[in-house]
Design a protein around this ligand. Structure first.
Ligand SMILES: [Fe+2]
Ligand SMILES: [Fe+2]
Length: 178
């Protein structure tokens, strides 16, 4: 059987998530560096993790979906006082998991990817699958690439996040505490 090209295979894994207004609302949230939204960051992490897991024979679909939802906490941590934004480092995986479970049926790997992506900063939330290790590693590498303006190195992934948002004026963001 012919193997689909990576971008088409990736799109098939995450199409329903990308159609969701909460996922799209991450376009309005900043992340690590100016010009790279939380949505853009999640697509970078998701697509690069998908490619690695696919090459290694791991569950690439779970990596793509967990990676796309790993930062679905839906608030602007930069608006918060210093102590709250520091707390965000430890608490946002749980907020993202709650939001993701409210909207989508997750399998155990997808949930593990979201829950553990800040490990080892969250020592009680270790990885239970290889896919979670891949996504967590790519999360850190993508964050560094964003800070140093090197996201173009992730061939293909950088362009995936560029298409215009479906709903720039989507529903209000959650006020859920991080
Ligand atoms: Fe995160
Ligand atoms: Fe992240």
């Amino acid at each position: 059987m012919m193997r689909r090209n990576p971008r088409a295979a990736y799109a098939a894994c995450v199409a329903d998530l990308l159609a969701d207004s909460a996922v799209q609302s991450m376009r309005r949230l900043p992340q690590h560096a100016p010009g790279v939204s939380c949505f853009h960051h999640c697509v970078l992490v998701s697509y690069t993790s998908f490619r690695i897991c696919r090459a290694l024979g791991l569950d690439a679909r779970a990596a793509a979906r967990g990676g796309l939802l790993h930062d679905l906490y839906l608030y602007n941590w930069r608006d918060r006082p210093v102590r709250a934004s520091l707390r965000h480092l430890f608490t946002h995986p749980a907020a993202a998991l709650r939001n993701a479970m409210d909207r989508f049926l997750l399998d155990w790997r997808e949930a593990d990817i979201i829950r553990s992506h800040m490990f080892p900063l969250t020592p009680t939330r270790a990885y239970h699958c290889w896919e979670a290790l891949v996504v967590s590693t790519m999360d850190k590498l993508c964050a560094a690439a964003e800070l140093f303006r090197l996201t173009g190195l992730f061939t293909g992934a950088d362009r995936l996040a560029v298409p215009a948002a479906r709903s720039e004026a989507g529903p209000a963001l959650s006020r859920r505490a991080g």
